[in-house]
Write a protein that binds this ligand. Sequence first.
Ligand code: 5MM
Length: 346
Amino acid sequence: MSKYAEELRNTAKAMVAEGKGILAMDESNRTCNKRFDKVGVPTTEEMRRSYRELILTTPNLSNYISGAILYDETIRQATKDGVPFTQVMKDNGIIIGIKVDTGAKDLAGHPGEKVTEGLDGLRDRIAEYYEMGARFAKWRAVITIGENIPSNACIEANAHALARYAALCQEGGLVPIVEPEVLIDGDHTIERSYEVTNQTLHTVFDQLYRQDIAFDQMILKPSMSIAGKQCPQQSSVEEVADATVECLRNNVPASVPGVAFLSGGQTNEQAAQHLNIMNAKYAQECPWRITFSYARAIQQSALEHWRGDNSKVEEAQKLLLHRAKMNSAASQGKYSLDMEKEAVAV
Ligand code: 5MM
C-alpha cells in the first residue's frame, strides 16, 4: 500500500466532487502550437504563457473546476506579475495536475498504430512534480480504429504502460488519471466503437489489477462509445449515453471514484449533452461519479475569441467560464440546450 494512500483517496474524491470536473490544459507545445496556428496566434513560449494565464486567472473557475492538468512547460511558468501558476491554482482552490507521458509514438511493426512513451525516469519526474505541488497526473494512450486495427498488440502495449505509469504515480503521491482514448476519427459505427472501447477497458483494468493498482486512488478518463466522425450513420444523444454507460458498467470496478470523459473532438454542445444524459439517466445506479475532463470542449470558444489579443482576455474568460458551467450542469444531469442562450456578454 502506498504511504500516500489516504491522501490519494481524498484527492481522487475531490477531483470528482459533485458539480465539478477537470480542466485539461495539458497540450504539449506541438499540439498547443497547432491550435494557435489555426487561429493565427504566434507560436511562441510567451503566447503559450499568456494563454495559460488567461485560463488559470478566470474568476470563479473553481466553482466548476476541481483541478487542471498542466504541461511541463506550464507548471514552471508564472503570471506576467511573477506569481507562479502553481500558486495561482493553490490560491484559487484548483488541484494541480500534470501530464507525464511524453507522447504517442509509432508502434514498431504495426503501421497506423501508436504506443505512448514516458516511463523512463518517470519516478524522478513524479517526485519533482509532487514537490512543485502537483497532486495528480495524466497519461493518454491512443487507440485508432481502422481496417484490421486496433491490434491486440497495440491495446496490450498501451494498457501495460498505463498500468506501470499508474503504479509509479501511486507510489509517488500522485493520483493517476488513466486515459485510454479510442479515437473518434474514421467511418466506424457506434457498435464498432463500443466493441473496441470494451476490449480496451477490459485490457486496461486487467493490467491495472496485475500491477496492484488501488482502484479507489485513481480516475478513469475514457472516450465515449460513439460513431466515427465520418460514419454516415450518426447516433442519437441517448444511444451514445446508453452504449457508453453499458461499456463502463462492464469494465470499471465500483471502487473507482470517478470517470471523467475526454471530449475527443465533439462539439461543445454534443460533449455537454452526452454527459448530461448519462447523469440524468444513470447517475443513481452507477457507483462512480460521471464527469468531464475536457480540453477543446471547454477551451476552444475562448481561444477563438482571444486570438492573442490581450484586450479580449476578460471576454474570453467569460466564454471559458460559460463552458465550465455548462459541463458542471451536465455532470449533475441539469443541462439543457436552452442554457446555451444564457447571456455571455462579449
Ligand atoms: C484527448 O485529449 C485530451 C482531452 O482533450 P479533448 O477534451 O479536447 O479531447 C487532452 O488532455 C489531451 O491529452 C491534450 O490536449 C493533448 O495532449 P498531447 O500530448 O497530444 O499534446
